[in-house]
Ligand binder design. Sequence first.
Ligand SMILES: *Cc1c(COP(=O)(O)O)cnc(C)c1O
Length: 217
Amino acid sequence: MSIKENLEKIKGSIPEQVTLVAVSKTKPVSDLQEAYEAGQRILGENKVQEMVDKWESLPKDIQWHMIGHVQRNKVKYMIDFVALIHGVDSFRLLKEINKRAKKADRTVDCLLQIHIAEEDTKFGLDKKELQEIVASEEFQKLENINIKGLMGMATLTDDENQVRREFRQLKSHFVELKTRLPEIDILSMGMSGDYKIAIEEGSTMVRIGSSIFGARK
Ligand SMILES: *Cc1c(COP(=O)(O)O)cnc(C)c1O
């Protein structure tokens, strides 16, 4: 199936209020162009340099989402155009984004990444770190970032119950955080293999790559 057909199929399988991020990492610009021509305007990348290169060669109404782990020294390269940073997993990174955003005279939307998977290979804050950041005075003073919600990745496993449990946990962190930050409205969870479960558990944004663009090498 073509990228266009895949996109249509995915869009037909998710509720209208759930936002689709088409994850185009490692794929050539021609594939991204095809997705663009099919009407997709939100693309997700996990490496800053690759995202910058693609941003330079594609139409400027694409919203670029950084979904991967971000090194602090790379923030400056994407600060002018990034639409949403999903993987904020430390206070130091958040402060760097704020500093660069201020210099660029903009406010940048961010999600805090929470560690929900049982595997310890995945990045993210634990519950205590999340609470500490949000409760700190320093956090209140960050004027050039806008926390829009949470992001998380479930364990890569065939055990649906485990995946569901992990998403449910992330949703409960979201509900709790919303009492402190009522304006948050994005819960980024779900990939090609688990997005249906994620939506059942309250996802508002899914990040789907291989089901749209095909398997990566
Ligand atoms: C690669 C990636 C995805 C998409 O994965 P697929 O299984 O190809 O849909 C989603 N989220 C993150 C953080 C990723 O790195």
